[in-house]
Design a protein around this ligand. Sequence first.
Ligand code: MN
Length: 130
Amino acid sequence: MAGEKILVVEDNEANMLLATSALQADGYVPLKAKTAEEGISIAKHEQPSLILMDISLPGMDGLTATGILRNDPSTCTIPIVALTAHAMKGDEEKALAAGCAGYMSKPIRIRAFSETVARFVCTQAEVHTR
Ligand code: MN
């Protein structure tokens, strides 16, 4: 599979570059947002196959943004995977409670990142063909 749009919401430039490079290398089309507000807007307009959501963002945080996307009929079926900082204990539980389908801890490791993205894009494709 290739060509799926994947939205990355991430304020850290190094992480954004790493994530989008890995997505491009795997044949996806990365969409970038540096804030939760921008991410919500892009998600509504572009309808990505998957959203990778940083939790710690300037202004609105990623968990609040996830709640808004989950409660919006136009975005409620798009899976969201949280990007959590390794040091933040309890972030994973909070991410799942907020409606994230899964989480990845940072720093990003390319192989695990690619596998997780592929798994969620696949799952979503299966849901759509049913
Ligand atoms: Mn951040």
